[in-house]
Design a protein around this ligand. Structure first.
Ligand code: GLY
Ligand code: MN
Ligand code: MN
Length: 532
């Protein structure tokens, strides 16, 4: 439904009392935090707008009454809550005496008066265990409490009363438009956190900073510019010091996610299982895709439909790349045909409702059978993946996984006669000729973000030893563009990537996406079985 026939106007001093007990002026603070969400005064707006908002006193009285109690709220402690509490304890120990501010982030405008579907900042999701779309503008604060670490408080928009203007007139937040927000009491019960009205945020941050025992304040600055602005007057120190302090917090939050706990691994397993079902749907849809002018979209729709039904959606834009499009590493335009005889590279992942995502690639022969040339490239990539799997275990450095895959890629390209130097020379840092045919890395951490832990320091990521509980991808590829004059003619237009999600165990790795076939023969048999 469009908001065009209803005003989204919410005057800063809209009357009404929130059921959580807070006086309504919470809107004033929120609109000050989010000027783009605030609207001109009703009269000025109405005078130049086509919108019709009922403003009569009679209507306001009428809309506010005659409502029974809301349905009972979910008040069970979320299974994620004890894990989130442990993560906050670790964070607390890293920054004793400091106020830590982790916003969920605001709604983001897609265009005009339409927002993107809401997704909280991953650091916020990690520290609260909340993965739904209900926390726009929320802020988690760890207030220092001397020797006792921190007091963790979740500041949220409280429920707006049915007697508020927001209830009927605010298309971004209003209950009649987007559904009711949970009460603070329900949020507290679900998260196990102390929950307070976000209207209290500025004052309580001030008080916390003013406490004699407080030694500093840090904020995840890019999560919500409005919250960053609220904390700005409370900062001391030069701009570079402030930025460095915030960057350290972001780095710590990223590194906190390097090793997944048991609950996170469970979520990743669910995301991968749903992804496997999405791939199966794609194989069933392939006959429909062939011949359709935008067959890649048929593939995308089959996967994304499954993702939306089974989880929160896709964890990143689906890459549905047939034929030469497979050589475009992040081909998400997906507007090409799927031709008989070609390969289809499908790189796709379901994001669970908890926001943990899979990231899996399979390269499928559209007709169900690889040609000899396709098989040759496929086997080289599979061998590279197997080499990476063979070295991956605790104690091995993250970059060694990539190096193992690269040795195979360079050897195979050398055997095909396409490298200007021998494989060993190409593998030297000052060579790297083989990377022309595989420009991306072999692995990245996986979790709440598809490229998880991206702000971790090099020594904690690329140069770090693998530890049990880490989850990352193994995804070598070879991409021979159709116009590549250095490649054998028969291989041009062939792009292959094989991507699995792996969990580091005590003595090796577990392939979380092993339910999808990997060898060329297995892929053919699997496709045949699904096509009946
Ligand atoms: N889907 C993006 C990647 O594999 O990293
Ligand atoms: Mn990946
Ligand atoms: Mn991928």
């Amino acid at each position: 439904m469009s908001a065009a026939t209803q005003s989204t106007t919410t005057p800063p001093t809209a009357p009404g009392t929130a059921p959580d007990g807070a006086e309504q002026p919470v809107e004033a603070l929120l609109d000050a935090q989010h000027p783009e969400g605030g609207e001109p005064a009703p009269d000025a707006e109405d005078a130049k707008s086509h919108r019709t908002v009922p403003r009569s006193a009679a209507f306001r009285r009428f809309i506010a009454q005659g409502w029974g109690p809301r349905p009972a709220e979910d008040t069970g402690l979320a299974p994620s809550a004890p894990f989130a509490a442990r993560r906050r304890e670790v964070l607390s120990s890293l920054f004793p005496g400091e106020v830590l501010v982790v916003p969920a982030g605001p709604l983001v405008r897609r265009s005009n008066d339409c927002d993107y579907r809401y997704r909280p900042h991953s650091a916020f999701a990690h520290l609260t265990g909340l993965g739904t779309d209900r926390e726009a503008d929320a802020v988690l604060v760890l207030h220092p409490r001397g020797d006792e670490g921190h007091e963790d408080v979740l500041y949220l928009r409280p429920q707006a009363g049915r007697d508020s203007e927001e209830f009927f007139a605010n298309a971004r937040y209003g209950e009649l438009w987007v559904g009711p927000r949970p009460s603070l009491a329900a949020q507290a019960a679900v998260t196990g956190l102390e929950c307070r009205d976000v209207a209290l945020l500025a004052d309580e941050l001030s008080a916390s900073v003013a406490d004699a025992a407080t030694t500093g304040l840090r904020v995840v600055a890019d999560a919500d510019p409005a919250v960053t602005a609220v904390v700005a007057p409370l900062r001391t120190g030069a701009a570079e010091q402030v930025r460095a302090a915030d960057d350290e917090l972001v780095t710590a939050l990223s590194e906190l996610r390097l090793v997944k706990d048991e609950w996170e691994v469970g979520q990743l397993r669910e995301a991968v299982a749903a992804t496997v079902r999405g791939f199966e749907e794609v194989v069933r849809a392939l006959p429909r895709a062939v011949g359709h002018p935008r067959g890649e979209r048929v593939v995308e729709a089959a996967f994304d439909g499954t993702a939306r039904v089974e989880g929160n959606g896709v964890g990143y834009e689906t890459i549905s790349a047939a034929g030469d499009h497979a050589c475009t590493l992040h081909w998400i335009r997906n507007d090409g045909p799927v031709r008989s005889g070609d390969l289809l590279l499908l790189d796709a992942g379901v994001e669970a409702d908890s926001l943990y995502t899979a990231d899996v690639t399979r390269t499928l022969p559209v007709d169900g059978r690889f040609t000899d040339d396709q098989r040759r490239v496929y086997q080289a990539v599979l061998d590279a993946a197997d080499a990476a799997f063979a070295v991956a275990r605790p104690g091995v450095r993250f970059r060694e996984v990539h190096e193992a895959a690269m040795r195979v890629i360079a050897d195979r390209l050398s055997a095909w006669g396409v490298l200007p130097v021998d494989a060993a020379t190409s593998l030297e840092p000052e060579g790297q000729y083989h990377r022309r045919w595989m420009a991306h890395g072999t692995s990245h951490h996986l979790g709440l973000d598809v490229h998880d832990c991206a702000q971790a320091r090099r020594e904690m990521y690329l140069d770090a030893e693998l530890r049990p509980g880490m989850v990352f991808t193994i995804e070598p590829g070879l991409y021979v563009k159709a116009e590549d004059e250095l490649a054998p003619a028969e291989l041009r237009g062939i792009g292959v990537r094989i991507e699995d999600d792996v969990l580091v165990t005590e003595d090796g790795v577990e392939n979380l996406s092993a339910a999808l076939p990997r060898t060329a023969d297995e892929v053919e048999a699997w496709m045949a079985s699904l096509r009946g």
